[in-house]
Design a protein around this ligand. Sequence first.
Ligand code: PLP
Length: 402
Amino acid sequence: MSSALLPVYARANIAFERGEGSWLIATNGERYLDFGAGIAVNALGHAHPHLVEALKTQAEKLWHTSNLFQIPDGQRLAERLVAATFADTVFFTNSGAEALEASIKMARKYQSAKGHPERYRIITFQGAFHGRTLATIAAGGSPKYLEGFGPTVEGFDQVPFGDIAAAKAAVSPETAAILAEPIQGEGGIRVMSNEALRQLRQLADDNGLLLIFDEVQTGVGRTGKLFAYEHAGIEPDIMAIAKGIGGGFPMGACLATTEAASGMTAGVHGTTFGGNPLAMAVGNAVLDVVLAPGFLEHIRSVGLRLKQQLASIADRHPSVVAELRGEALMLGLRCLIPPADVVAAFRDEKLLAIPAGDNVVRLLPPLVITEEEAAEAARRIDAALGKLEQTLAAQPAADASV
Ligand SMILES: *Cc1c(COP(=O)(O)O)cnc(C)c1O
């Protein structure tokens, strides 16, 4: 289909008209169970009444003022994030990549302000995804995102995923920080073990490095804790978040300790839109729900039940599914056929999922998903995998007949 849009996306030929909780309703009236949640963004599903109310109320009062003035709702959201995490201070952005840019700049500035401007390099992991700006594609290191965009931004040293010995070997007198996703999302739901995360903390401490976690996808409840680092019992110095915190409103944040942020004084960084009153109203409303008693327990219990169902489904379809991975509501099926084919088969069953690297199909439902909806998704996944298997089994016969 020809379009006035820059063709950087291979879009499925469906448009949605509205959403209700975990469901999306297409323009032709068909209902889809949404296990993509706009790539882990619609944390509270679609048209959540509390978010709609917060956005409408704010829209009638004030949208934008710039950061040249006080924004009380932003202060409140920052205080709530600080109270709920390791952090002492928050910088709001409009996206994940900008939250990472702020994190990278903060780490470099920290070392520079401590008298070590030569310490600007950051150790990252293969398969990482940190965004699409020039610095974040360099941090991610994926050749397909770097190709053709000129010289790669200097200062990222990439080591194999989860390889702590390699990370240790990569530390040099120029190293400023280590940057990692506790669970790689785009990379294929690759879980960094709690032990590996603890070793990264130790490595950072031993060498005067800052530990930066990219929780843009894992954060805001997705793994059953407010943030994934909590599973490992350690804390980062800097953390980038986005996706779920806005529930669909574009926003992100860079959280940090006072020490890590000590180089970030007035004027050294900024944003026109970040932290505007509309975004802050929605962010506070998302936290109202996610921090309410029982909400994280709900994610853990529905996630565990779903994982058990998927494990037995994966066992029943060994010719398509090789492995089930992930935590709570951040799950992945590593497939033996192209993940795009599996996503298409799920879509035929009116279930939306998202392909990722490492041959994985990601399942990222809204965090408000009910047990019944999760069970319904499992049935649809089972049915789609069954049909895929039949097609695979039929293929040699079909080939032989021609
Ligand atoms: C999506 C994502 C980003 C980039 O976020 P944008 O809002 O697309 O810039 C960065 N890191 C991780 C882990 C992500 O999943």
